[in-house]
Ligand binder design. Structure first.
Ligand code: C5P
Length: 238
C-alpha cells in the first residue's frame, strides 16, 4: 500500500504582491512548490505526488518537477480549481487504488520538516482516519461579529484548548474521498469552501486527531514570511 501527497499550488497568492502565483515565487533560487516537493520526498514516507497547478501552468509545473534531481519520486500535475477545496478534489481524482493514505500539503508551507511528514503518515498508518499537525496558540484569541464600522467581541475561547493547524494533513483515502464527495457543493465558492480538509471530515462527524506540529512548517502569506523563510534556510544551511 502506498502514500500519495497532493501538493496544492494553484493559488494566486495576491498578498505577496508579485505578478506570479505564490507557489512559483523563489526562495533561495528555487520556487516554493519545489522546496515543498523535495521535503515531502525526503521524508521517505511519500510514494508519489500530485501537484495542483494554476491556470495555464500545468506544463511549467511539470517541467519544474521533472527537471529536479532532488524530488526522485513520481510527480503528476493537474489543473487546480477555483478554491483550495476544489483543487484538492482535482488532485484526489488522480489517486490510485493502491494509495491507501493521502496527504494534503500546501506549497505555501515550503519548509515543512520531513520528520513532520513522517509523523503524520505514521499516525494515519497506526489507525487514525484523519490526522492534522497542530501547535498550541500563544495569542489570546477573540471571537467577533460585525458591529457598525467596528467589530464586537462575542467571546474568548480557552486558549489551552486551541490549536493552530498546519499541513500536511493525512487521511485514509476512503475517508477523504467521502468527505470531499459529501462537501462537494461547497467547493465552487470561496466563502463556502473548506479552508482545510480536516474540516470536511469533521462535517461528516468523523474523528480528527492532532499530532504535534512544527514551527518550521509555517505558511508563507506575506513578504515578511518569505524573508523569515529565507533566514531559516540561511541558519539551517550555514
Ligand atoms: O491562499 P492560501 O495560502 O490559503 O492557499 C493555501 C494553498 O492552497 C496554497 O498552496 C495554494 O497554492 C493552494 N490553492 C490551490 N487552489 C486554489 C487556491 C489555493 O491549490 N484555488
Amino acid at each position: 500500500m502506498t502514500t500519495l501527497a497532493i501538493l496544492t499550488a494553484a493559488g494566486s497568492g495576491t498578498r505577496l504582491g508579485r505578478d506570479l502565483p505564490k507557489a512559483l515565487v523563489e526562495l533561495h533560487g528555487f520556487p516554493l512548490v519545489l522546496h515543498a516537493a523535495r521535503r515531502l520526498a525526503a521524508s521517505g514516507a511519500v510514494d508519489s505526488i500530485v501537484v495542483t497547478a494554476p491556470d495555464g501552468l500545468v506544463g511549467v509545473m511539470a517541467d519544474l518537477m521533472a527537471g529536479d534531481p532532488h524530488v526522485g519520486i513520481p510527480v503528476r500535475v493537474t489543473d487546480g480549481g477555483p478554491t483550495r477545496q476544489a483543487s484538492v478534489a482535482a488532485g484526489l481524482a488522480l489517486a490510485r487504488s493502491e494509495d491507501d493514505v493521502v496527504l494534503v500539503h500546501d506549497a505555501a508551507r515550503p519548509l515543512v520538516p520531513p520528520e513532520l511528514v513522517q509523523r503524520v503518515v505514521s499516525a494515519v498508518r497506526s489507525g487514525h482516519g484523519a490526522v492534522v499537525p497542530g501547535l498550541p496558540v500563544t495569542d489570546t484569541v477573540k471571537q467577533v461579529r460585525p458591529d457598525g464600522d467596528a467589530e464586537l467581541v462575542t467571546g474568548t475561547p480557552d486558549r489551552s484548548m486551541l490549536r493552530a493547524v498546519q499541513t500536511p494533513q493525512g487521511f485514509a483515502r476512503a475517508l477523504l474521498v467521502r468527505a470531499h464527495h459529501t462537501g462537494a457543493e461547497r467547493a465552487a465558492a470561496e466563502h463556502l469552501a473548506a479552508t482545510d480538509d480536516a474540516g470536511l471530515v469533521e462535517a461528516l462527524g468523523e474523528p480528527v486527531h492532532i499530532v504535534p506540529g512544527d514551527a518550521a512548517a509555517f505558511k508563507i502569506t506575506t513578504e515578511r514570511d518569505l524573508w523569515l523563510a529565507s533566514l531559516v534556510l540561511q541558519e539551517t544551511t550555514a
